[in-house]
Design a protein around this ligand. Structure first.
Ligand SMILES: [Cu+2]
Length: 170
């Protein structure tokens, strides 16, 4: 005679206390009458903060894109202050230079095509929307007039043509 033992398992679904945060910045032109528009979506993932940016009505070519210190877009974007740089280090490109060789807000460039639109998607380890050493919620996404050439101190990217404050949405 065979005995069959049935083990009833217990399935644990999800972990509601480990809720990921997400945020959004609506990017608008800093100059009155300019048609620049766009959006940055920021999502905390186990790999880091996923930042997905799309913009439209921008002159073709590379444009510097950074997270700046303050959540304000007035005064032609100057109200956003300097690059978000919590460690007081030199300017660089965060995905390759890390927190010792780049500002925490150094996202690099966004490539704009002939139709005036472009996208940039990055996942940045240790960057967060809130909490931790490098949190970007309540700061600003700034789109620059020119390319970031990674020169010092801020990449020679010229004026601030687009700006959006990063709001935590969920
Ligand atoms: Cu900038």
């Amino acid at each position: 005679m065979k005995r069959v033992m049935v083990v009833v398992g217990c399935l644990v679904v999800g972990a509601p206390w480990a809720r990921a945060e997400s945020g959004k910045a609506v990017i608008q032109a800093t100059a009155e009458g300019a048609a620049i528009s766009g959006e940055a979506t920021l999502t905390e993932t186990p790999e880091g903060l996923n930042v997905s940016v799309r913009v439209a009505n921008v002159t073709p070519g590379k444009h510097g894109l950074h997270i700046h210190q303050y959540g304000a877009c007035g005064d032609a974007g100057n109200a956003a202050g300097g690059h978000y740089n919590p460690h007081g280090v030199k300017h660089g490109l965060l995905p390759t230079d890390g927190f010792t060789g780049a500002h925490a807000g150094d996202l690099g460039n966004i490539d704009i095509g002939a139709d005036g639109s472009g996208t940039l998607e990055l996942t940045l380890p240790e960057l967060r929307l809130s909490g931790g050493e490098h949190s970007v919620g309540g700061r600003s996404v700034i789109l620059h007039e020119k390319a970031d050439d990674f020169g010092q101190p801020t990449g020679n990217a010229g004026g601030r043509i687009g700006c959006g404050v990063i709001a935590i949405t969920s």
